[in-house]
Design a protein around this ligand. Sequence first.
Ligand SMILES: *[C@@H]1O[C@H](CO)[C@@H](O)[C@H](O)[C@H]1NC(C)=O
Ligand SMILES: *[C@@H]1O[C@H](CO)[C@@H](O)[C@H](O)[C@H]1NC(C)=O
Ligand SMILES: *[C@@H]1O[C@H](CO)[C@@H](O)[C@H](O)[C@H]1NC(C)=O
Length: 384
Amino acid sequence: MRVASLLILSSLFLVQANPILRRQEEETPRIPPGVRVIPVYPTAETDPAGTDGDDPAIWVHPKSKGKSTIITTSKEDPIDDGLFVFNLEGKKLQYIRGGKPDNVDVIYKFGKKKIDLTVAACRTDNTICLHKINQNTGLLEPIAGGSQPTKPGFEVYGSCEYKSPKTGKQYIFINSKTSEYLQYELTQTTTGALKTTLVRSFFAGKGGQVEGCTVDRDNGYLLLGEEDYGLWRYPAEPSAPLKPYLIDSVNATAGGKLVPDVEGVSLFYGKKKDEGYIIVSVQGISAYNVYERKYPHKYIFTFGIRQKGYGGIDAVQETDGLAVISTKVNSKYPNGLLVVHDDNKTYKNGTVAEHTTFKMVSWEDIVKASGKKLKFNPSWDPRA
Ligand SMILES: *[C@@H]1O[C@H](CO)[C@@H](O)[C@H](O)[C@H]1NC(C)=O
Ligand SMILES: *[C@@H]1O[C@H](CO)[C@@H](O)[C@H](O)[C@H]1NC(C)=O
Ligand SMILES: *[C@@H]1O[C@H](CO)[C@@H](O)[C@H](O)[C@H]1NC(C)=O
């Protein structure tokens, strides 16, 4: 303890006394030992996506993959909070105002009519908010029962969805900042209105702030980021014993490859249950960690999204949410697409814009840059 504080004190003195060192200190990101941030470049970016964008989801069109969309959240209530829909070129197709949604996910083929839905936690009124996705246009439409209450006094934050391969039941996880998770089952009334029923609640992680989550639906894992602690795995089946597993942490002494804040999490589905990758947003260093989907979820590499040359799409900074899909949606993304939130949209003159955007990156470009032999799965069908 004493040695550590002495070290900190002396380095502070050095830094303060030396302007060059001071600048370096401020600019040097706290990259963990053994981690190298590999540069990759965006292929496209969205139109302005709200003052305080957060999280994207990718919806795959049932007939024409090129007509797939990117759905994003914005939280700046009351200026421009709500949901945005973009096409794969990044052109805005729709904006639905309100609700202060945080994370957004897509639910495919729900109920008897096999409708597609978006689900988010809406912070304005602490509800679960759902929209129907028009399967031709990709636009969002209101649906009966699209606003579902949570527990009285519960303050919603992140969310994700899970369709159980065991029972076929559709679940929604909603969490608070204080890491309490509510697991709801989503059903429909006889008239088709959506309905939710609380089936389980639990506290995850070490009690720190949690936000993004995703589910490995084949393996029944809930993957969640505790912002200043690490990446956790929990069983997603409500009947399963609550056994946490820490995949990685921010503790460099313990070999941790993460840095606060640990934010969005997404899963790249491989051909088999144990093939694929977990991608995590490491906001503190504007980078992304890649892990094996297979237990024990070994760390593979880290990348950052940079600006390519003068005039190219700007670099990505301070990502919150992200979404990855292994599907070939069009020829620009032959082996999958990664979409990430960019908090600092930066103009060519260096000014940071008021609005956020989302950047699209070809998964193949990321894998090529890493030099790793990762497996692809371009025919992956999220509806299957
Ligand atoms: C970090 O890891 C080391 C080695 O395992 C351990 O001694 C230390 O207590 C950990 N620090 C925190 C803050 O958990
Ligand atoms: C993002 O922009 C804000 C405001 O301009 C700035 O303070 C911050 O340092 C930027 N982040 C990065 C990683 O450059
Ligand atoms: C930088 O460029 C943006 C977009 O063209 C413009 O709105 C802004 O006023 C410019 N800022 C400065 C300081 O030139």
